[in-house]
Structure formats: C-alpha cells, structure tokens
Unconditional design. Structure first.
Length: 73
C-alpha cells in the first residue's frame, strides 16, 4: 500500500462548503510536491471548530484508490 504525507490547513468556512456537498474533492500537495485529489469526506473525523489542520498520511491501494488516512501530528 502506498501513501503520501500531506499538510492540510482548511478554514472552518472553507470546509463547510465541502461538508454541505457543494465541493466533493480536496486538492493538495504532498510534502514531496506530488499533487493529490481525495474525497473531502475523509477529513470529517478531523474537523474542529476552526476547520482542519495538520499533517496527514493518506494511504492508497494498488489501484490508487483511497484506503485510509491518519493524522501524523
């Protein structure tokens, strides 16, 4: 299983548009500069009153489909 380490900082207001369903994907860059798109809903366990912030490992299967996400900080 492959993974990317991705720093994420999303404000509360910005995440609300994803949470409400108007935006389905988050686009970010891994720490090694790779572009990654993933479903916004995978961040739901990490939402606080301020939004989402931290460094995450995002795991993919052999077909590059999302498998898991874990906060590293």
């Amino acid at each position: 299983m492959s993974f990317l380490v991705v720093p994420i900082k999303i404000s509360r207001d910005e995440y609300l548009s994803w949470y409400e369903g108007s935006v389905k994907l988050v686009s970010a860059y891994s720490i090694d500069g790779k572009s990654v798109n993933f479903p916004a809903n995978i961040l739901r366990p990490y939402i606080t009153h301020d939004g989402v912030e931290g460094t995450f490992a995002i795991y993919f299967d052999e077909n590059n489909k999302f498998k898991d996400i874990k906060r590293l900080e």
